[in-house]
Design a protein around this ligand. Structure first.
Ligand SMILES: *[C@@H]1O[C@H](CO)[C@@H](O)[C@H](O)[C@H]1NC(C)=O
Ligand SMILES: *[C@@H]1O[C@H](CO)[C@@H](O)[C@H](O)[C@H]1NC(C)=O
Ligand SMILES: *[C@@H]1O[C@H](CO)[C@@H](O)[C@H](O)[C@H]1NC(C)=O
Ligand SMILES: *[C@@H]1O[C@H](CO)[C@@H](O)[C@H](O)[C@H]1NC(C)=O
Length: 436
């Protein structure tokens, strides 16, 4: 009886406590927001494909990456991020805000996103020329590693020399992507104090100016993408400047589609990947590639090369290359490229990595054939054959002369004898006359 009462009492106490607990704790587990997808615990994707969001919603506390793309948030203030700040229980590290029709960002907008490491503002067109400069102020005390400013219509006047000054406080920025903007006279001095920078992407800007000070202070830079620039031949640079133009730490360089007529000789011994495709290079000189002794990837696709003589790619570099591209060049099927054919047949994978197959123009048929199908039959062997024939002819001539001499040896002897006698006789006659 006593035990029954005890059981009922404990049950009641338990129920009361349970009710209290449920009443006090709010339901703080936030579900995946409406119009968004959550492929994993750490990733939320709100891609405004049909219905566009006009605010940044509450997201699960486990979220580290928020892709908020293609929505409509024209003006960004600090409060816009209220739902995803540390104060609201979030630790967003990667924030993609691309293509949201953003025209204005207030100066301290990003200042509460304490854990931010990557920020993507691409495909937004800020109204004021100094709009970007204002936006970056809020990043002053945030450890941003990557900043994507791709396709934002940024012109030279949007890039004042102190644009990245806020990022020099913590100096954690490693990657800046300003590709596909309208920069022509980009002032590299803007980047001078960003000493942690490892990757700089400035492709598709038609940048034409580069000075020997351009990359000063970038002591850690490994990748520079200047493709679709306008460098012509680097004609304005002397050889001395060329060899010091790029940082010695550089490993990956793209100058694709930059109107180059020659392989630039940077003397960058650490470059492992060099993309020179889609230029106007007509000739490879002997030292061109030897200047890049660490090269592992070389792309010369879509240039104007007709011949590539043996030796332009030193054997040591041939060995260490893992990918090489010569496709889409008007190569002639001549003995000059027989070595290339042989190399390709020996190591086809190195060539296949770069995609399209290499062709050469056959002078016999007047049409292009695959380099691997080209049969350089009497190339290396032609001199061999000539040499053999020449030696054989010499030997035959020598033998014939020897045989002739042997056969006519008596006549020759006689002839010699007659000659000597004749001369002796004349002398006699002469002395006779003297005697008279
Ligand atoms: C926060 O998110 C909720 C819905 O999740 C939304 O109603 C609200 O407007 C958001 N707040 C801000 C400041 O965007
Ligand atoms: C770089 O730092 C130096 C020294 O602190 C400063 O004088 C200069 O203005 C800075 N340059 C830029 C572009 O931030
Ligand atoms: C070249 O690269 C190697 C390996 O990445 C590195 O140890 C070396 O310091 C680099 N040289 C220069 C001049 O940066
Ligand atoms: C290239 O660099 C190396 C070492 O970095 C140096 O010894 C050499 O003289 C340079 N060559 C030219 C042409 O500047």
């Amino acid at each position: 009886m006593v035990s029954f009462i005890a059981v009922v009492r404990s049950l009641c106490i338990f129920l009361v406590i349970l009710t209290l607990v449920l009443a006090v704790t709010p339901p703080n587990v936030i579900q995946c927001p409406h119009l968004c997808g959550c492929p994993s615990k750490t990733l939320v994707i709100c891609e405004g494909k049909v219905d566009k969001l006009t605010y940044i919603p509450r997201i699960p506390a486990t979220t580290r990456k928020l892709v908020f793309r293609g929505n409509l948030v024209p003006e960004i203030y600090r409060d816009t991020f209220k739902n995803i700040t540390f104060q609201s229980g979030n630790r967003v590290e990667i924030l993609d805000l691309s293509n949201n029709g953003i025209v204005f960002i207030s100066t301290m907008a990003f200042s509460k996103l304490t854990y931010l490491k990557e920020l993507d503002l691409s495909k937004n067109y800020l109204r004021d020329p100094d709009g970007l400069q204002k936006a970056l102020v809020g990043l002053r005390f945030i450890h941003v590693h990557r900043l994507m400013l791709h396709h934002m219509d940024l012109g030279d006047d949007s890039i004042p020399s102190n644009l990245f000054e806020p990022l020099t406080y913590l100096n954690s920025i490693q990657t800046i992507d300003m590709s596909d903007n309208v920069l022509n006279e980009f002032d590299f001095q803007t980047l001078v104090n960003l000493t942690s920078l490892e990757e700089l992407i400035l492709s598709s800007n038609r940048i034409s100016g580069l000075t020997d000070k351009s990359f000063d202070g970038m002591n850690l830079i490994k990748t520079i993408d200047l493709s679709s620039s306008n460098f012509q031949d680097f004609v304005t640079f002397s050889e001395d400047i060329m060899s010091t133009l790029l940082p010695k730490t550089l490993e990956i360089l793209s100058l694709r589609n930059s109107i180059l007529g020659n392989v630039p000789r940077f003397n960058s011994s650490n470059i492992t990947e060099l993309d020179l495709s889609e230029n106007k290079i007509t000739k490879l000189h002997l030292e061109d590639i030897a200047n890049y002794p660490s090269l592992r990837v070389l792309n010369l696709n879509s240039n104007r090369l007709t011949r590539i003589s043996e030796g332009t790619i030193p054997p040591s570099i041939q060995d260490q290359l893992i990918a090489v591209g010569f496709a889409d060049n008007p190569l002639l099927c001549s003995c000059d490229i027989a070595w290339l054919h042989n190399w390709m047949v020996k190591e086809p994978l190195k060539f296949l990595t770069m995609g399209t197959q290499i062709e050469c123009l056959s002078e016999e048929t007047g049409s292009f054939i695959l380099l691997e199908d080209y049969k350089p039959t009497n190339c290396g062997s032609i001199s061999h054959v000539t040499l053999t024939i020449t030696i054989a002819c010499c030997v035959i001539v020598v033998i014939i002369i020897a045989v002739l001499i042997f056969c006519y040896r008596k006549r020759i002897k006689l002839f010699c004898y007659v000659c000597t006698r004749k001369r002796g006789g004349e002398q006699l006659v002469l002395s006779d006359n003297v005697g008279i």
